[in-house]
Design a protein around this ligand. Sequence first.
Ligand code: NAD
Ligand code: LMR
Length: 329
Amino acid sequence: MSRTPVTVTVTGAAGQIGYALLFRIASGQLLGADTPVRLRLLEIPQAVKAAEGTAMELDDCAFPLLAGVDIFDDAAKAFEGANVALLVGARPRTKGMERGDLLEANGGIFKPQGEAINAGAADDIKVLVVGNPANTNALIAQQHAPDVPAVRFTAMTRLDHNRALAQLSKKAGVSVSEIRKLTIWGNHSATQYPDVFHAEIAGKNAAETVNDQAWLENDFIPTVAKRGAAIIEARGASSAASAASAAIDHVHTWVNGTADGDWTSMAVVSDGSYGVPEGLISSFPVTTRNGEWEIVQGLEIDDFSRARIDASVNELSEERDAVRKLGLI
Ligand code: NAD
Ligand code: LMR
């Protein structure tokens, strides 16, 4: 077992996702079975007591990898020495809202957290933003952390990626493990574009294997893009365990690398690839290695895909303009 614990800061620790996430981190599923973790939990003052209750339960699990839990209501302290930061704390949408409707309510959370990361996080800090609207909240945090490389700020589209894997595996009648190279492009919103044209099922092109354009357009894409709303409709609350699971997957893949011949979807700062304006935090196909990600290059984008990628990226540009107007960046 490696001796030095990795410090993981989790915001919104007393929330739904927090409750599903913390036990998996503490049991070693985030960073691996040989990596001890020290948790630093951030909550608003009213929710600190509930976070303390969760910490008591973490103690009661007697996880061998858990080196300690500290709870804060001050961002500056919570991010001190953080190697990994999971920015979950934010209001979820309720029925009838789009995630973008949360910009004003949640955007303000991410400026001070970006500043706190800039001031106190470890040099190797990796940030995953889960709180919605995740891409633009990540942009806000990143903009307020000028000393941290922008590539360390990411937002979560892994849940969308996993949803797409599940839908495609059902349609094709194969296990998800036979599917590779799926991509979520753009925003974690209803405009996102789940792309199967470069995906493979058991080594063969997925779109050709499925061979059902009507299903792709009228079923697959809207089902994946609107799944968050469907969960809210069914559960009366936004997805939590699946979101926590995707957050675990995102960081695990970032740290441990993508499999040869595969890639994943992460919202990362654009370098202009695929016509996505530089600086936007947009979802791309990415490979990871040695703790660093790289956008997969050279994919051919046909008109069908181009129009959908552009629509989602335009929405991200509009969100960026909106938070500029709000004075958040
Ligand atoms: P929740 O309301 O159950 O929990 C949110 C927690 O955040 C609360 O305990 C609240 O006290 C805390 N919080 C609020 N402001 C905070 C701050 N400034 N600092 C620290 N903590 C703060 O919500 P949830 O279901 O856990 O969802 C959290 C967020 O994740 C929501 O914005 C939701 O929309 C989003 N989400 C994103 C994805 C994704 O795929 N990116 C998936 C699911 C949910
Ligand atoms: C999801 O995709 O489930 C989350 O972003 C929650 C939501 O508001 O849809």
